[in-house]
Design a protein around this ligand. Sequence first.
Ligand SMILES: Nc1nc2c(c(=O)[nH]1)N[C@H]1C(S)=C(S)[C@@H](COP(=O)(O)O)O[C@H]1N2
Ligand SMILES: [Mo]
Length: 533
Amino acid sequence: MGSVSKKPPLRNRLARLAAAAAVGLAAAVVAVGAGELVAAFTGPDSAPVIAVGSAAIDLTPTPLKEYAVRTFGTNDKPVLLAGIQLTMAGLAVLAGLLAVRRRGLGAAVFVLFGGLAVWAALSRPVAGPADALPALAAGAVGAAALVLLAALVGPPRAVAVPEDGPVSARTEPPSGGPPRRVLLAATGGTVLLGGLALAGGRRLSDSRYDVSAARDAVRLPAPAVPAPPLPAGVGPGTPGLPPFVTPNRDFYRVDTALTLPRIDPRRWTLRIHGLVDRPLLITYDELLRYPLEELDHTLSCVSNEVGGPYVGTTRWLGVALPALLRRAGVRAGADQLVGRSQDGMTIGTPLESVLDGRRALLAVAMNGEVLPVEHGFPCRTVVPGFYGYTSATKWLVDLDVTTFAAHDPYWVKRGWDRTGAVRTASRIDVPAPFARVAAGDVTVAGTAWATHRGIAAVELRVDGGPWTQARLATDAGPDLWRQWSLTWSGARPGTHRLEVRATDGTGAVQTEDRASPFPAGATGWHSTVVTVT
Ligand SMILES: Nc1nc2c(c(=O)[nH]1)N[C@H]1C(S)=C(S)[C@@H](COP(=O)(O)O)O[C@H]1N2
Ligand SMILES: [Mo]
């Protein structure tokens, strides 16, 4: 009699599954490598993983984004990228498993993901047609590599087992299909090639888009309007209290940029246009020839939770924005100033506020240093009194004098308050939350800000008792935060709750009502729990 066809033994099937998964992953590596290599010429934002990530950032519903910022803080971007890479790895394994059965089906996964990446790259606000190329290359190279490698895995092996034959007949794999070492070599070679393309593409991109030399070459003119020296005693100097002026390297960073815009100042221009009589186009050299002014100012983020860290104080240097707008001739009817960044972010500020006499700047430096790339080099806006999302466009390239009716900027489209005035906030920095302190006299200190209104008073209470006035450090002006301290005398052993509230320069006491950052900034009193021993 003949023989019955049996499924291959488990080891063989597992080996096939593993080979299929490895083939899928290898194809993904070479696809990503191809994408990076092409992106070295079309720009880092067009690299498929970055493009998909950027699109994901823009599409993420606000509550989810808030959750991500709360949970991962400034690590939200690495977490997002890791998530995308994991998803891609999963899809690659799936593609490999499909491809060993039906090549076309496996290749389709790459074509689909490539198509998604093309769409993502083209959906970027400043994308041109060339931005589709890295994803096209990635999809095509990935699909081709998958088809070629999957062929080496060969068809499923049906092992012929003679009906009453000896068991040993099963252990001999049937011939047909290339030997295993060919598959191994091809898969390993593909991964190596992909890795080389990836590393080479990144290096090429880094050198092509490096602006550090151009940035180092910038010579800042001396300010025509220097800031007065900070008064003595702006910080009580309590150990554990942040410095009054935040060093640049410690300044918080919040933006949607997965790759930092790297702008060569020699090619940078700022366009001021819209409802103006005389549109302006300003080069970087021209900008530096305007009288430069220094401004000490506290910038904060609307996403900062009560007691949170997204706030910092710096000495900005820049060109007076109101004077420049007047030079352009603002027309009647305009009520919004929209800044647009090189990466397509739009940020809208009430025009009336920009022109009401406050010290708004086109900033080129912070703390005596040319703007760091992550803080907006070569130029950003600063408008005291507003959260960053309505006032502080980094990598600024365009200022549109327009109306609120005509234009919803990026965050307003996503439901955030269109004004974005900074709410009164106060924070207990010392003792740190859950600190253990010795009984007796305990120093409590912190920071409070109500940018452009200033801080008139800070009060503290322990375990819901009466409010006590804190000692305010010297006032450096309404655009700056104010530090405070007080001695909590007779602290008894046990667990205690400290609460703080501030009064702004208009006399309004900070509200106790808890609000989340969305849509107009967090409110509520900061409290910490300390253990007295
Ligand atoms: N181009 C651009 N500018 C931007 C943003 C951004 O995402 N892109 N984020 C804004 C927000 S929400 C804040 S709080 C400030 C933060 O500035 P910093 O990162 O220099 O602290 O930048 C603002 N300017
Ligand atoms: Mo922000």
